[in-house]
Design a protein around this ligand. Structure first.
Ligand SMILES: [Zn+2]
Length: 406
């Protein structure tokens, strides 16, 4: 059993490595005609170098992560659980301390990689604007938030497990309800609240752009009073725009980097795309899919907590809630990869529809030039491998989007 889990971990790594290599090789093939003018030759060379370095760095980081996890599985996890059981008598505290130590260790391990990515790779390719102070603050805040939110959710599920361990379907049902509620809250409020921990948001000042955005919104029956500019430029030069929240909590977010680099016409096309998502109720659909997915997650957690043999194989004396979560996340990975295929397919369809909507509401010319500007500023892969698109791409490749918009 032990080697089956470790084999699965390794198989996922090998599979993802193969896809990454295929994807990089594919990007060196001639790029589609309709995106030839996105980068000039010099910038395209720059892109290839950036991309290759990013791919290699990911593989090294994931490889190291894999090795550490395998070593931990072969003994240290069981030893840690035994040690923690001497420090705390309460099983909920035991699993929280166990997972807290694991989480802290993994985050510490990731810090040098994040440092190198931000201050070397992104810096050398001209994207980085993160000050050292921002980096330190980001690291500490995201660590504390993940510890607090993770602790609350896992502690809550553990309470349910202790109460309903003899009625597993009641446990699964209630866990699903809790996870679904968290998903809804995440989209409606928690996501917005978290974004505010890391960025400053200011209303888009009155003027021509604001008038045009409000005009576009009201012509579609949307009250877009909350148009906020996010100070994305304090970390990176990359740009984007998004709709956050749902129903009454909805907001339009524009990266300040987007305002720096795009014409009003292009910004309006990008916003019309986001409004298209709202008109098509894509956020609700996505939420529906995520809530359905949580049923699967809850059933998986229930199943793992009912399989004592798994824990014995890794040197535990019986079911251990904290370790159960680690096992669950390992076993979930290949399943999530597979489930990503239909999820991403639906998402790419929604993107095409939102593009078409934007082209109809503004002008296809502006939509196309906005797509090219976004691709250029974010150094997007113009020629991804179809298998990589199938597995990972929530948005269609840029050349397909442009072909469809024209
Ligand atoms: Zn979109």
């Amino acid at each position: 059993m032990r080697w089956l889990v470790i084999g699965l971990l390794a198989a996922v790594y090998v599979f993802e490595t193969v896809i990454a290599v295929l994807n990089f090789r594919h990007s060196r093939k001639p790029i589609p005609r309709n995106v030839e003018d996105v980068y000039d030759k010099k910038r395209y060379k720059k892109w290839l170098a950036y991309s290759l370095e990013g791919h290699r760095f990911n593989l090294v980081q994931q490889g190291l992560h894999l090795c550490v996890l395998i070593i931990l599985l072969l003994g240290p996890f069981a030893n840690l659980a035994r040690a923690v059981s001497n420090w705390a008598a309460d099983p909920i505290w035991q699993s929280l301390i166990f997972l807290g130590i694991y989480q802290t260790f993994m985050q510490l391990l990731a810090v040098p990689f994040r440092l190198y990515r931000t201050f070397s790779i992104e810096e050398r390719h001209g994207f980085n604007r993160t000050a050292k102070k921002t980096f330190v603050r980001d690291t500490i805040v995201s660590y504390l938030v993940s510890l607090c939110l993770g602790g609350l959710v896992l502690g809550g599920i553990h309470v349910l497990f202790l109460k309903f361990s003899d009625r597993i379907w009641a446990f699964v049902g209630l866990t699903w309800a809790v996870l679904a509620l968290i998903m809804v809250l995440a989209v409606a409020v928690i996501g917005k609240w978290l974004m505010r921990l890391f960025n400053r948001f200011t209303p888009l000042p009155p003027g021509e752009l604001r008038n045009r955005i409000e005009g576009l919104g009201s012509s579609l029956g949307f009250n877009v009073k909350t148009i906020l500019v996010m100070d994305a430029s304090k970390r990176s030069t990359k740009s984007n725009a998004a709709f956050t929240g749902i129903g009454k909590t909805r907001e339009v977010i524009l990266f300040d980097t987007l305002l720096e680099k795009m014409s009003d016409d292009e910004i309006l096309a990008v916003l019309a795309h986001e409004l298209g998502h709202a008109v098509h109720k894509d956020t609700w659909r996505l939420l529906g899919r995520q809530v359905a997915m949580m049923a699967f997650v809850a059933a998986g957690i229930g199943l793992i907590l009912q399989s004592p043999g798994l824990y014995l194989a890794f040197g535990f004396s019986g079911v251990h809630f904290g370790f159960g979560f680690i096992l669950f996340s390992i076993l979930l990975e290949p399943v999530a990869l597979l489930l990503g295929v239909p999820f991403n397919l639906l998402s790419r369809k929604a993107e095409f529809k939102a593009d078409a909507f934007a082209a109809e509401q503004t002008d296809a010319v502006w939509m196309v030039s906005a797509l090219k500007a976004l691709a250029r500023e974010n150094l997007v892969n113009l020629n991804p491998h179809p298998l990589a698109v199938l597995l990972y791409y929530s948005h269609p490749p840029i050349s397909e989007r442009i072909a469809a918009a024209q």
